[in-house]
Design a protein around this ligand. Sequence first.
Ligand SMILES: *Cc1c(COP(=O)(O)O)cnc(C)c1O
Length: 428
Amino acid sequence: MSWSKRDQSILWHPYTQMKTADAPLTIIRAKGCTLFTETGQTLLDGISSWWVNLHGHSHPEITHRVSEQLANLEHVLFAGFTHPPAIELAERLLKTLPANQTHVFYSDNGSTSVEIALKMALQFWTNRGVHKKVRIVALEGGYHGDTFGAMSVSGRSAFAAPFEPYLFPVDRISAPLQGEEQRSIEALQKLLSTGTVAIFIFEPLVQGAGGMRFLSAEALSLQVALCRRHEVLTVADEVMTGFFRTGKFWASDSLTEKPDLFCIAKGLSGGVTPLAMTTCTDAIFEAFRSDDRSKALFHGHSFTANPVGCAAGLASLALLESTECQSRIQVLSGSQKAFSLQMREEFPLLQNPRALGTLFATEFPATESGYLDPLGPKLYRHFLEKGVLLRPLGNTVYLMPPYCVTAEEIERFYDAIRSAARHFGKKP
Ligand SMILES: *Cc1c(COP(=O)(O)O)cnc(C)c1O
């Protein structure tokens, strides 16, 4: 029996309607941007395997560091114990973050990094004996993960509909998209004036899974400043936007006001192992330090700060900071910008072709709104036939390749998107 038949008899895949989805493709190995299937077919990975892979697959320097770590110390619990890779990675990561970030709490995926940020921020207030700050403000169209807390603060969509009654209440305001800045700022102001808001959580600059929606840096900066004035903790969910996706190391580097907490995952290990962190300010950390043991943060995961993941993270950071990678990021950003302008000219029916840093996105003429637009799977298949992996979010097509992508590979992605635009870029 083929791998994919064996898979289909027992496995259940994420975000997949198992009845109607095509059989999964079996990947035997991967190198750089290329995935090799069992039948010898190749596919170019244009979405960094769900936004995690920064330097291409099976990068020799990461592989080397990881195998060394595996041979030395594969895992040790992180309560009462520590190890050099966790310390080094936290030290190096803090150097890249705004100076107000002083402490790191490890976990193992983006959703849990968000849960931890929410728990830190809520308990910050109760540890200080403040009981009136209870509300959480989030942006419409946001995505923060699939666990219950993360679903609660995400925008309402088909993803969370069956669980609606079990999600905790959140005040959702419109996102500061272009033209909506004032509405978003005023909505936040109104909520802040109640004095009951504890947290404001947002994805800085780009709402990822919500459809690669670009947000105004000025408006977000103003909103963070307003929160500071009202003593409300701000959480930047940088799970997707970190590691130069938006051109700067962190999307928050484009804000003039710095958030109190950061959620970091996806690219943190270079896409090699699950790894995440939540970072916070001194004031937040200090609110948990006490002679009273009940004021500790009672949260942890079996694989907290796994040494192999941390070693991968260190290797990935070293690559990221190399001049070679930095110049590739510059080149990729330039191509994305130029391509978005070309698409505007060539295909007037595509909506809002746009680029920010290494990201490109555009909407195809929709048949239905949202993630379940049937156009999505059709586009996906069209791209596969062209030998590229691009996985649209509803009618939003985006390109977020690993930074090792070559000029020739970038052109293959662009050709595939142009071909899709000729097929599907018509009035529905
Ligand atoms: C993907 C994502 C998450 C969830 O991360 P997982 O590792 O999939 O749990 C949270 N926030 C943002 C902004 C994301 O893009």
